[in-house]
Ligand binder design. Structure first.
Ligand code: S3P
Length: 445
């Protein structure tokens, strides 16, 4: 993909459905009693992998553009797949389905592409094993053999990392376990705003579909812990779902419009779940002008329209340019685009405590640093992050490292650069956002 520098962004756009919420919508409506219509289902390959796996497990699914119809089979009504379940590039598909399959009365194999086969799975193997599941995985990596056990025990599990995939995996297994499953997040020091330190879409949707689930903040010696309690005999009743647009996809355009003079864009029906909106707070603190319009609740999730303009006096209100600590898990998918933002703001940006980025679809710290250097940016790499200074970017030939968010973040960097940028293997953007390049060319001038 070849990208030219841009002058500004203009337009009103609708983005595809949120990837995280779409995975959960497909899986939970498959586990529910009754039929579900899901609107604005994510269009990317990752969520298609979830649908394919569910179909291989005997779930009837029909798709008409971005509307999906799912015939629920109930919590234990899945059928053994004839083949290994291919999760493609999608960690969420693999980790969430492992939780579902642990409690079925048949065996399954979950696998994925080269990148997914390198990602850490011990984080789900451990809690599922504690619940009585039998999972075999060489070096704790996919392929994962899940020997189903229909008499799982509930657990109280303290998460070592703030991971929504791991939390959701345990909760989904907990739906088929005896008793009450409890998942506790790593401690946080500030819970005034009552925002969990990993996305809580699974909890909200379980509650929406009628499960007996509770979320609390519990004070412990080390700080506050987000606690989720789920009754194993919870029933799920099918209810139609509308998926908000993906704020993580919106973030690419928000950064572009916040940085390019004379820009003004409106992003409609964006998911504004408080566990996901830290990106807006961070960008605002560094001078971006982002207004939320028509905020409302849809299917237990907060939704709104975003108006993003390039401010005349683009000035930061912060005293430190270091972002680290508890907020990291809430902006984890937006860090590649934040790195690009860092090249455009006065004191640059330093990201710390983000070692999880090294085990995403690519080693995102290494990918960000390598590509920024190719674009002439002043950047330093740390084991847990990077420091990028304000830089005059120049066009370059870059690798996407097969990672959708790296491809899209550097396409935005290309808008700010001098000269043309070429991104090799940019097609991987379709893992989460197949329409990205088309929308980008429509709104850039
Ligand atoms: C996701 C959780 C996050 C995120 C990923 C989607 C989810 O991963 O990076 O893109 O849908 O639960 P972790 O749970 O591994 O932090």
């Amino acid at each position: 993909m070849k990208i030219q520098p841009a002058k500004f962004l203009r337009g009103k756009i609708n983005l595809p459905g949120d990837k995280s919420i779409s995975h959960r919508a497909a899986i939970l409506s498959a586990m529910a009693e009754g039929e579900t219509r899901i609107e604005n289902f994510a269009t990317g390959a990752d969520c298609a992998s979830t649908l394919d796996c569910l179909q291989s497990l005997g779930v009837e699914i029909k798709r008409k553009n971005s509307t999906i119809f799912v015939k629920g089979v109930g919590k234990t009504g899945f059928q053994k797949s004839k083949t290994a379940l291919d999760c493609g590039n999608s960690g969420t598909t693999l980790r969430l389905l492992a939780g579902v399959l642990a409690g079925q009365n048949f065996d399954s194999v979950l696998t994925g592409d080269e990148s997914l086969q390198k990602r850490p799975m011990r984080r789900i193997v451990e809690p599922l094993t504690e619940m009585g599941a039998n999972i075999q995985a060489e070096n704790n990596c996919a392929p994962l053999a899940v020997y189903g056990n229909n008499s799982l025990e509930s657990v109280t599990y303290q998460l070592p990392v703030a991971s929504a995939q791991v939390k959701s995996c345990i909760l989904l297994a907990g739906l088929n376990a005896k008793g009450k499953t409890e998942v506790r997040s790593p401690p946080i020091t500030n819970c005034e705003l009552r925002i969990p330190n990993s996305r809580n879409h699974t909890e909200l949707m379980l509650q929406y579909l009628g499960a007996a689930i509770e979320e609390n903040f519990v004070e412990t010696e080390n700080g506050f812990v987000h606690q989720v309690l789920l009754e194993g005999d919870s029933k799920l009743t099918a209810k139609n779902l509308q998926i908000p647009s993906d704020i993580s996809s919106a973030a690419f355009f928000i950064v572009a419009a916040a940085c390019l003079k004379n820009s003004e864009i409106v992003l409609q029906n964006v998911g504004l779940n408080p566990t996901r909106t830290a990106i807006i707070e961070v960008l605002r603190a560094f001078g971006a002008e982002i207004d939320v319009l028509h905020q409302r609740e849809i299917c237990n999730e907060t939704v709104g329209n975003l108006l993003v303009r390039r401010r005349e006096n683009f000035a930061s209100e912060v005293t430190s340019n270091i972002i680290g600590g508890e907020i990291i898990a809430n902006i984890i998918d937006e860090i590649p685009i934040l790195a690009i933002f860092g090249t455009q703001i006065e004191n640059g940006l330093e990201i710390r405590g983000a070692q999880e980025l090294r085990v995403k679809e690519s080693d995102r710290i290494a990918a960000i640093v390598e590509n920024l250097r190719k674009m002439n940016a002043d950047v330093e790499e740390f084991p847990d992050g990077f420091l990028v200074k304000k830089s005059n970017l120049k066009g370059a030939t870059l690798d996407s490292f097969g990672d959708h968010r790296i491809a899209m973040a550097f396409s935005i960097a290309a808008l700010f650069a001098m000269g043309e940028t070429e991104i090799i293997n940019a097609d991987c953007a379709s893992v989460s956002f197949p329409e990205f390049f088309q929308i980008l060319s429509q709104i850039t001038k």
